[in-house]
Design a protein around this ligand. Structure first.
Ligand SMILES: [Zn+2]
Length: 127
């Protein structure tokens, strides 16, 4: 017996579920068939078994992708955040900003930091 993907009733059933966009059922049926195929006594010749497994895995993959598309809403465009200095809150219009991983700092705050560090050095007698 050879495995004909187009005539295998399991494959036909899974394909039909996918046509209906019932990916959850397709995934479950493919997973069940895959599990059965892998745990059943290896009656089939090695190549047939492998071909069937690969075919079922591709069904699982496709169904999972379809399911994910259905479950995960398309990402909404992020509202363009009001870009502002994370320290003083001034916006891009009034200061120059440098972006860090999760924050922005403006030229005025950088200058302030430079002064603070300079004062600290003086206090420590390093300058
Ligand atoms: Zn600032």
């Amino acid at each position: 017996m050879t495995v004909e993907p187009d005539s295998d009733p399991v494959f036909v059933g899974i394909a039909q579920r996918m046509v209906e966009k019932d990916y959850a059922s397709a995934l479950r049926e493919a997973a069940d068939a895959l599990f059965a195929s892998l745990t059943a006594a290896p009656k089939q010749a090695g190549d047939e078994r492998r071909d069937r497994t690969i075919e079922l895995l591709s069904f699982v993959e496709i169904a999972a992708m379809g399911l994910r598309e259905q479950c995960v809403p398309p990402p909404e465009p992020l509202p363009s955040p009001e870009v502002a200095c994370s320290f003083c809150g001034k916006g891009r219009g009034s200061v120059n900003l440098v972006a860090g991983p999760d924050a922005f700092i403006c030229n005025e705050c950088v200058e302030l930091c430079v002064e603070i560090f300079a004062d600290q050095k003086i206090a420590k007698g390093q300058a």
